[in-house]
Write a protein that binds this ligand. Structure first.
Ligand code: PAF
Length: 280
């Protein structure tokens, strides 16, 4: 497995892979890899000739400096994990290799077709501009045939699909199911920042989401939303930032259950912000 930090080295690798007709699977990550990432990488290894994983904590998608500073980083540990599951190449650039000073100001602006007006987009202004900025740059460098994204970041996935259509890219986006710990807690790099006690509390998030499914037949989306918020907020140290039951394609809140619906939540557990979602 190769570890590459420079764009020029990556591009020369990609050139020779393309010349030899290899199918490239790509998993963009910010490192601090867990079983959720590993599931994406394993799927890519199974479906492509070559799997490339990027490990890059993208500064332009953070709107909170502390969150960026505290984001866990451990390339050695990530590389060991990736080697074990058959990844062929890690691209782990420094920020200066990717962005010039102007780009670091996050001036990039993208038409999200309304997908960014809700949920993460509302509470993390500029976040999705940063995500699209880096993912489009990485796609240009890696030129993947397929790219793998987890459904835990449900809104991100909808926006990536929108971006691929809008830019007319030929990459196939593969949606991969949420990977959960045995407790039900959705796997996240941020879980590393939870204390043992907070982790026990955070488990209640997915418990409440799963339980809420039992009430979907008898409650309106608005009533069920309130129920979920109240139940999670009852747990000490948990505080819901938003819970929205939305149409799974448009991401707009629904008033009745006629559309395929997904409930998306962001919760603070102490200082750690966690997201999760559930399909109804
Ligand atoms: O989902 C993530 O980890 C990030 O948003 C991504 C897609 C790697 C872009 O930095």
């Amino acid at each position: 497995m190769k570890i590459i930090q420079l764009k020029k080295d990556l591009l020369s690798e990609i050139d020779s892979l393309k010349i030899s007709g290899k199918k490239i699977g790509f998993v963009p990550t910010m490192g601090a890899l867990h079983a959720g990432h590993i599931a994406l990488v394993s799927q890519s290894v199974a479906q492509n000739d070559i799997t490339i994983v990027s490990v890059f904590v993208n500064p332009t998608q953070f709107n909170n400096k502390t969150d960026l500073d505290k984001y866990p980083r451990n390339l050695k540990k990530d590389a060991d994990l990736l080697q074990q599951v058959g990844c062929d190449l890690i691209f782990a650039p420094e920020a200066a290799e990717i962005y010039n000073a102007e780009e670091l100001d996050n001036r990039f602006s993208f038409d999200f077709g309304g997908l960014d007006k809700v949920m993460e987009g509302k509470f993390r202004p500029g976040h999705f501009n940063g995500v699209v900025q880096i993912v489009s740059k990485l796609f240009k460098l890696v030129q993947p045939d397929r790219a793998y994204f987890g459904e835990k970041d449900f809104q991100q996935l909808a926006i990536i699909h929108h971006m691929v259509k809008l830019f007319g890219l030929s990459v196939e986006i593969i949606d991969c199911p949420i990977v959960r710990e045995d407790s039900g807690l959705a796997m996240s790099s941020r879980n590393e920042r939870l204390t043992i006690d907070q982790r026990k509390k955070a488990v209640e998030i997915s418990k409440v989401l799963f339980e809420s499914r039992n009430f979907a037949a008898q409650m309106s989306p608005a009533d069920l939303t309130q129920w979920v918020v109240d139940k999670i907020n009852e747990v000490p140290e948990l505080e819901v930032e938003y819970y929205e039951i939305v149409d799974s394609t448009t991401l707009q809140s629904i008033d009745d259950w006629t559309e395929p619906a997904v409930g998306c939540v962001a919760v603070f557990c102490g200082e750690v912000r966690l997201i999760d979602n559930i399909r109804y």
